[in-house]
Design a binder for this molecule. Structure first.
Ligand code: GLU
Length: 439
């Protein structure tokens, strides 16, 4: 039987990292088993059902690289994939339950009569759990349709999982207590329940359920700051699962074959934004220049930096790559390379260019570099050191004013790399400009 998994979010306007991790685990399981991954939007709660709220989900999943085989817009053999468009299907199953004597009316609502028999859940992660359904006070008969005709989650969720032929339901542990109710509906509809895997919750550093207010709880946070999607996906995998052997930094291609549903930890996972930040840094460092360019360019374009051609942008990106922690910082790191109108940080000027003798040292360095034909960073560095020795000063006495002269700042990419990217003429012209700012 082909494995079929699904992600079934409600459009809340927000893709929670817990939801994203659920999607990721479903996707991994489908992909490693040659199965199908289905996206279904559970939008029976009309209040929050906006096109924007749907888009947040599509964008978040696409950004993480989680492609779905069937879903809204994509289509598929069991559509439509938005619950709000499936009412006719629910009516049909409601009639089946009704014919079986499972329903009764209560104040305009329709309720499902629990058979009041124990239900055993064999959960891939949580193991075997027996639920005693005998007490109506703790397990009241569930409402499946409201008096206004709208559908309740439990019923439509089960109908869709049956109709869409899902083999595995992998979802947050907050749904574990719903599962016996769901199994009662499966049985009443004469359907075999799928395999369940309830994955542990994600808690914040205080041990509370990660909420909207916690930093980094939304995928949009990572998108906006310019985290790398492969790093966030990598980190999400570590929330409840471990590749073993103390490995932490992995590409999705490495995770896919070794991910193991049965290896998911039963303990709740703690969300650690610092750790995620670190994972992101590791991915940035090992990333290819091409991938970095692909991820950074939209940020540079949005900032309106006039770099001209991709060929001109590439060397600038190469020299800032080791420094960048968030891709949203890239425009700030490279902007000065593409305009002669770059701002000067007054504090950086005061500490270097404005010091006595700085203008003369800069002039001497400029004169020495003017004679250099091999405008590569190693040769530039050698020439600077030679000049410092000739002047009887430490290299730093040249490096600092030169850095502020060409970039306006005291921090940035490597000095010689910066010179190389700017080219000789622009570097030396910037020295002249720096000297004008000197005391
Ligand atoms: N719409 C439900 C949720 O977002 C789906 C639960 C499930 O995966 O079955 O929690």
């Amino acid at each position: 039987m082909t494995v079929r998994t699904r992600f079934a979010p409600s459009p809340t306007g927000f893709l929670h990292v817990g939801g994203a991790r659920t999607a990721l685990f479903n996707w991994l399981y489908a992909r490693q088993n040659g199965g199908k991954f289905i996206l279904r939007i559970e939008d029976t709660d009309e209040k929050r059902n906006t096109a924007e709220a749907h888009q947040v989900i599509y964008d978040g999943l696409a950004w993480l690289g989680l492609d779905w085989d069937e879903g809204p817009d994509t289509g598929g053999p069991f559509g439509p994939y938005r619950q709000s468009e499936r009412s006719a299907i629910y009516e049909k199953h409601l009639a089946v339950l009704d014919a079986g004597g499972h329903l009764y009316e209560d104040g305009g609502a329709i309720r499902f009569r629990s058979p009041r028999r124990p239900v055993v859940v064999e959960d891939i992660v949580c193991g075997r759990i027996e639920f005693d359904m005998s007490n109506p006070a703790t397990h009241p008969d569930m409402t499946i349709r409201r008096p206004d005709g709208s559908w309740i989650f439990h019923f439509v969720n089960v109908v869709d999982d049956i109709e869409m032929q899902l083999t595995h339901v992998i979802r947050g542990e907050d749904h574990l207590s719903n599962t016996p109710k769901h199994i009662e509906i499966y049985r009443a509809l004469g359907a075999e329940p799928p395999q369940f895997a309830h994955i542990p919750l994600i808690l914040n550093s205080e041990g509370k359920k990660l909420s909207k207010r916690d930093g980094g709880s939304s995928i949009t946070y990572f998108l906006d700051l310019g985290y790398t999607p492969e790093a966030v996906a990598n980190y999400l995998c570590l929330l409840g699962w471990s590749p073993g052997e103390n490995r932490e930094i992995l590409a999705m291609d490495e995770i896919r074959p070794i991910f193991d549903l049965t290896g998911i930890n039963r303990r709740n996972a703690i969300f650690d934004l610092d750790k995620c930040f670190w994972v992101n840094g590791q991915h940035l460092l090992s990333m290819s220049a091409d991938r970095f360019e692909e991820l950074a360019r939209p940020f540079v374009d949005r900032a309106g930096i006039a770099y001209g051609t991709p060929e001109a942008l590439r060397p600038a990106l190469a020299i800032v790559k080791p420094k960048v922690k968030h891709l949203c910082d890239v425009p700030g790191w490279i902007g000065f390379l593409f305009t002669e109108d770059y701002p000067f940080d007054p504090e950086a000027v005061a500490k270097s260019l404005a010091k006595p003798g700085a203008a003369d040292r800069l002039a001497a360095l400029g004169a020495a570099l003017a004679g250099l034909d091999d405008w590569k960073h190693a040769a530039i560095e050698a020439k600077l050191k030679e000049t410092a020795a000739a002047l009887g000063v430490k290299a730093g006495e040249l490096v600092h004013p030169a850095r502020v002269a060409v970039s306006g700042r005291s921090v940035g990419p490597g000095l010689y790399e910066m010179f190389e990217v700017l080219g000789k003429a622009r570097t030396l012209a910037r020295f002249d400009r720096g000297r004008e700012l000197s005391a």
